[in-house]
Structure formats: C-alpha cells, structure tokens
Write a protein that binds this ligand. Sequence first.
Ligand SMILES: NC(=O)c1ccc[n+]([C@@H]2O[C@H](COP(=O)([O-])OP(=O)(O)OC[C@H]3O[C@@H](n4cnc5c(N)ncnc54)[C@H](OP(=O)(O)O)[C@@H]3O)[C@@H](O)[C@H]2O)c1
Length: 238
Amino acid sequence: MSTYQALVLGASGAIGAAFLKHFEKDPHCSLAVGLSRPKSSHADLQFELENEESMAHCAAALRNPSGPYGVCEFKWVIDATGALTIDNLGPEKRLEALNSKQLLRQFEVNAVGPALLMKHFFPLLLPQENAYYATLSARVGSIEDNHKGGWYGYRAAKAARNMLLQTAAIEAARKRPLSVFVALQPGTVQSNLSAKFVAAQDALTPEDSVSQMMNALTHLKPTGRAQFVDYAGCEIPW
Ligand SMILES: NC(=O)c1ccc[n+]([C@@H]2O[C@H](COP(=O)([O-])OP(=O)(O)OC[C@H]3O[C@@H](n4cnc5c(N)ncnc54)[C@H](OP(=O)(O)O)[C@@H]3O)[C@@H](O)[C@H]2O)c1
C-alpha cells in the first residue's frame, strides 16, 4: 500500500482540526502532523504567525532525523491559519472605520504570517511527485468577485495572501514542477471565526467542508500557477 505524510498548520482551528482528523483517519496516511500556536508553557513544536523564528524551529524539527517525527516529506501541507476578528476588532464596514493598526494586523495575520509559513514549510513537500501546498483563503479575497464591499482589511489581506501564493507557485514551477499551489475557499463553515457573522445552521460543518475540499484538491494537477478554488472545486477569479 502506498502511503503519504500530511502537515496541517493551524490544527487547533475548526477547519484545521477537521483536516487533521481527515488525514488521521486515512489508512494511506502514515503520518499526520498538526501544528498550532502555543497554548501552554510546554510549547515545543508550536508557532506564532507573528514569529518567524518559531516557524523555522518547527520546520527544522520536521527535517531532523532525531526529531519527534524523523525526516518528513509531506504530500500535503495545509495552512488553515487565519482570523477575521483580531484584537477584538471585527471587520470594517465603512471607509471612515479604517485605521492603520487594524489594517496592519490583518496583513500580519492573514498574509505575512502565511507567507512565512510557506517559506519554511513548502520546502518540506515531496519534490518528485504531485504534492500540494494549500492555503485557506476566502472568496472575499477575490478582487473581481467583490460585489458587496466592506471587510476592507480581511479582504485585502486575503488578496495579498493569494498574490504571495501565486508568486511562490511561479517560482516553484521552475524547480519543482510537480507542486500544486492552491488558495482554498472553504465555504461558510461553522467555527469561532464565523460564529459572530452567520448562524450555525446556515454554515457547513468543518468535516463536510474538508471532505469536499479534499475531493476538489485531488482533482487538481500541477499547472505552473496557483489555483483559486472553492470547496466544490469551482474556480474563483483572482
Ligand atoms: N469559517 C469560515 O466560514 C471561513 C470562510 C472563508 C475562509 N475561512 C478561512 O479558513 C481559515 C480557517 O478558519 P476557521 O474558520 O477554521 O477559523 P478558526 O477556527 O478560528 O481557526 C483559525 C486558526 O488560525 C490560528 N491562528 C489565528 N491567529 C494565529 C496566530 N497569530 N498565530 C498562530 N495561529 C493563529 C488559530 O489558532 P488558535 O486556535 O490558537 O486561535 C486557529 O488554528 C482562515 O484562514 C479563514 O480566513 C473560513
């Protein structure tokens, strides 16, 4: 039986935990690693999106033969990190609500942190076969699909996350043409992030979202470009 390894970043979140569970339940998955930010002082393999050193430490441990998992080569790296409400500040509805601190925090958590995760964890993907780097984006990060306005910082930071992914995909295509880079729209999913904005009954369960996203992902082939798709596998305009 051929086996594979998978890594989930942001495994403490609703969608991240469902991805981790999906891999843990798959008999073909020989190793499923979930990393999150420190919840206790016993932090070992944990990272903060605002702390690149913590990411470098985790990545080094995953390629260390004497590390907790030995030398890892992942077929799947899923970055399920992100936040809509940051420092108790929710999305801005109007132009006059914009302020630099909130905008910068949105970029820090939803774009810069995920870009640095890509810097440290993309090299851990299997180089010689189809391998997937997927980051949780959002449909509201699509510039073309923005019909409603509002949510300035979150939208802009997700658009930046998409651009950072696309740029990495183009660079990687030269040396690792079998890599698949994907920006994922998970649907509206029950989670802490969405709870203030949508009733649970109007949202997908994380398990349903993940099962559909995995189905969509497995149909994607390397194209030399990043792909932006929703949980049903439909392409989203950038
Ligand atoms: N839920 C939806 O309807 C929806 C829709 C579109 C897109 N998305 C995207 O899907 C992704 C996952 O969302 P979710 O609904 O699963 O939300 P969630 O349950 O709040 O999970 C978010 C994850 O990001 C982590 N995180 C946040 N800030 C961090 C930081 N500074 N350092 C390290 N980790 C940090 C959280 O860690 P802690 O557990 O420590 O907080 C958690 O693991 C996000 O990128 C979100 O934008 C979600």
